[in-house]
Design a protein around this ligand. Structure first.
Ligand code: 5RP
Length: 269
């Protein structure tokens, strides 16, 4: 592996082999997502807890201070919107590799839609992006997207999608956690896996348990957004999840970290 590729990957994956990525790219097809209406304000208090942030070039340029930034995972696919929910798999590549280099991205990311009508096109998008990015030592993180078909998040499907992403050259794969068989998803994917959170769930403990379980089963960390920044106490969530990832905190310990931070915030109010 070239020095540049190794260097970029080491900006993302920490010396302990783990990673906490914070995505705020949701607007690229969802518009002003709840609590991400002003991405700069949402992300600022959370930056200290993230190893890298994932976002589009537009939000990077307009909302992130280049002097205070974290490593960037630049989303470079898109071209669809929630206004045409049935066509979310019609993504193309929206941002050039030249632009990723100009923006000093540590990696680029794009979605593949395995099993969707445009599977073929999105898999070729990934292959072509990898061809170009490898020339410049830029890692590609593939996102195994399911669009609105959240029920697809089960082991057999996820294992298929993750393996294909790795076979086509992704250096990191972002996928969903599943309670049954997640270890098989990880075993079948020869590159590191990070877990997305999906739509916000009801309880904090549920999030801590799945992050912890996924890591025990071999994921290196998370690329988790809404369950942090849509929460009433996003900093407390970020701190607790970071402790699971980088300090091997149990879900119970993470809950204590969350509660301690939340009560500190309440005292300050
Ligand atoms: C959105 C994405 C997100 O980055 C990914 O889904 C993680 O975010 P969340 O934890 O909110 O699901 O790719 O298109």
């Amino acid at each position: 592996m070239d020095w540049g590729m190794k260097n970029r990957l080491s900006q993302l994956i920490q010396p302990d082999g783990r990673a906490m990525f914070l995505p705020i790219d949701h607007g690229y097809f969802q518009g002003p997502t709840y609590r991400l209406e002003e991405p700069g304000k949402t992300i600022e208090p959370l930056l200290p807890y993230a190893d890298a942030i994932m976002l589009t070039r537009g939000i990077l340029r307009s909302c992130i201070d280049p002097a205070k930034s974290k490593p960037i995972i630049l989303r470079v696919s898109g071209g669809t919107s929630m206004a045409r929910k049935d066509e979310l798999d019609q993504e193309g590549i929206t941002t050039s590799v030249k632009e990723a280099i100009r923006l000093n991205a540590s990696a680029v990311s794009m979605s593949i839609f395995v099993g969707a009508p445009n599977e073929h096109q999105t898999l070729l998008n990934l292959s072509n992006l990898v061809n170009e990015c490898e020339e410049y030592g830029i890692p590609v993180m593939a996102v195994t997207a399911v669009g609105t078909e959240l029920e697809k998040r089960e082991a057999r499907y996820l294992a298929l999608a993750c393996r294909i992403a790795a076979e086509l050259g992704a250096r990191v794969v972002k996928t969903y956690y599943c309670r049954e068989g997640f270890e098989k998803v990880v075993r079948g994917c020869p590159v590191p896996i990070v877990m997305a959170g999906g739509p916000k769930v009801e309880s904090e403990l549920e999030v801590f348990e799945f992050v912890h379980d996924g890591i025990q089963k071999g994921a290196i960390g998370v690329n988790l957004g809404r369950n942090i920044w849509q929460h009433d106490h996003p900093v407390a969530m970020a701190k607790a999840i970071r402790a699971i990832i980088h300090e091997d905190a149990t879900p119970k310990e993470a809950m204590s970290i969350f509660e301690e931070e939340r009560s500190k915030e309440k005292d300050e109010e």
